[in-house]
Design a protein around this ligand. Structure first.
Ligand SMILES: Cc1ncc(COP(=O)(O)O)c(C=O)c1O
Length: 446
């Protein structure tokens, strides 16, 4: 009989068998739920009407006096997510070990992610952030001899550093002019990428939506270029994507469009619990990678193998690649509430709303004298992020001026600094118009 970590914690095989026979696991869980109820975990209040955008916003506990263009950076927990966190927290507080044992399988965050995104739950590793996911992913790539990873000059620190720390050979391509990103085009991006892939390119490491400029890579075209390059040389090139500013800002559906690996935090546009994320790979991509976990997995199969003196199995890859150690389980287990919140809003509807708000903001900013829009206006190559420069005004100073008007914006955290707005579901048309008017005042020197 293979022992699992939970059975070991519960006192070994005899305890596990005894619990199963007597049903005391279930009874214990019910007693814990009663204690937790006394400790303050209450059933969630009825949901708001999510068919209206005002209803969606009422589910967000944001300060109503601030126009929130930074809520995409780190999520405010929508009410159902908060309720789920509180629920699990109270039960864990009441009986940490008992609730851990009874709830771990039932919570099924990977299953919820698979339902929302498509794909299979076994192919999804759970992480705490995009950064952790990228580190796991790039370390797992199997590079031989003079194999290289082709990345770009537009990626976030997390991709650049994860690649550097992986120890692999990395080359970077410029997909568009970073000084004039608004003029980027799908054709230019695809042809620059095509020209940059070499026979030694084993993987392409890119970011779907650039937080430096707001440019969204045309993923269908990018995937076609990468696929064809693999076909030409007779060995697949893996397409690895930082998808954090696409997840829930775009209608992302997996498997596809030709993506082999996608890493994303769930605590940005998805509005999932802070400190949650995923890495998804196609079964073939996981097989092609080494599935050498960065951090030992606490999956039952991994832990059980160790107890029995075996090497933990590489399959299924999701659990095997999920970093172990005890976690902030109340956050991880509340992830399904975030996916179902988004599903109740409607994936395509949410993406269209974000696109419409960003389009409105770009149209407004384009009219302002002294403002240079950095993000392309066409929805094919832009998503929810809007970057701009105000002539003669440092982006940091602009952010401060906006904050004085109770408008929360950010500066792009890159060497090239721009003023940046995230048009998430936390804002509406009036917020967008107010932000454009405030930028116009700053541009006028007022
Ligand atoms: C493109 C991109 N990738 C990764 C990250 C880091 O995300 P996380 O906090 O989920 O690691 C950010 C910003 O926070 C980002 O803009």
């Amino acid at each position: 009989m293979a022992l699992t970590r939970r059975q070991v914690l519960a006192g070994g095989a005899a305890a596990a068998a005894g619990a199963a026979l007597s049903g005391c696991g279930e009874r214990g869980a019910r007693a814990t739920e009663r204690t937790a109820a006394a400790n303050g975990a209450r059933p969630a209040a009825p949901p708001e009407d999510l068919s209206t955008w005002a209803g969606v916003r009422r589910e967000l506990p944001l300060d109503p006096r601030v126009r929130q263009f930074s809520a995409f950076l780190l999520a405010a927990h929508p009410r159902p997510v908060r309720a789920a966190i509180e629920h699990h927290r109270a039960l864990l507080d009441a009986d940490p070990e008992g609730y851990l044992r009874s709830a771990e399988d039932r919570a099924d965050p990977a299953g919820a992610a698979a339902r929302y995104l498509g794909g299979a739950r076994e192919d999804i590793a759970l992480t705490t952030s995009t950064t952790m996911g990228l580190a796991i992913l790039y370390r797992a790539l199997r590079l031989r001899g003079r194999d290289e990873v082709l990345s770009t000059v537009h990626d976030h620190f997390a991709t650049d550093e994860a690649l550097r720390l992986s120890g692999g050979r990395v080359r970077r391509v410029r997909l568009y002019d970073p000084r004039a990103p608004a003029t980027a085009s799908a054709d230019e991006i695809a042809s620059r990428l095509r020209a940059a892939i070499r026979p030694r390119t084993r993987a392409v490491a890119i970011t779907w939506v650039h937080s430096s400029t707001g440019v969204k890579l045309p993923m269908d075209e990018v995937a076609a270029v990468v696929r064809e390059a693999g076909e030409r040389r007779g060995a697949k090139v893996l397409l690895c994507v930082d998808g954090v500013h696409a997840l829930a800002a775009e209608d992302v559906r997996l498997p596809g469009p030709g993506i082999d690996f996608l890493a994303a935090g769930c605590h940005k546009w998805l509005m999932g619990p802070r400190g949650t994320g995923i890495v998804w790979g196609t079964p073939a991509a996981w097989k092609a990678a080494s599935r050498r976990p960065l951090i030992p997995s606490f999956a039952n199969a991994s832990y059980g193998a160790w107890i029995e003196g075996r090497i933990p199995p590489a399959d299924p890859p999701g659990p095997a690649m999920t970093p172990g150690g005890f976690q902030a389980y109340e956050h991880r287990w509340a992830l399904p509430a975030a996916f179902s919140f988004q599903e109740r809003i409607g994936k395509a509807r949410a993406a269209a709303r974000i696109q419409a708000l960003a389009t409105r903001m770009k149209a407004g900013l384009a009219e302002v004298r002294g403002v240079r829009l950095m993000t392309p206006r066409r929805p094919e190559i832009s998503a929810g992020l809007v970057c701009a420069d105000i002539a003669g005004v440092d982006p940091g100073a602009a952010v401060q001026r906006l904050a004085a008007d109770r408008i929360s914006a950010t500066v792009t955290p890159y060497a090239e600094r721009h003023l940046r707005f995230g048009c998430s579901l936390a804002v509406d048309e009036a917020d967008v118009d107010a932000a454009v008017a405030a930028v116009a005042r700053i541009a006028r020197g007022g």
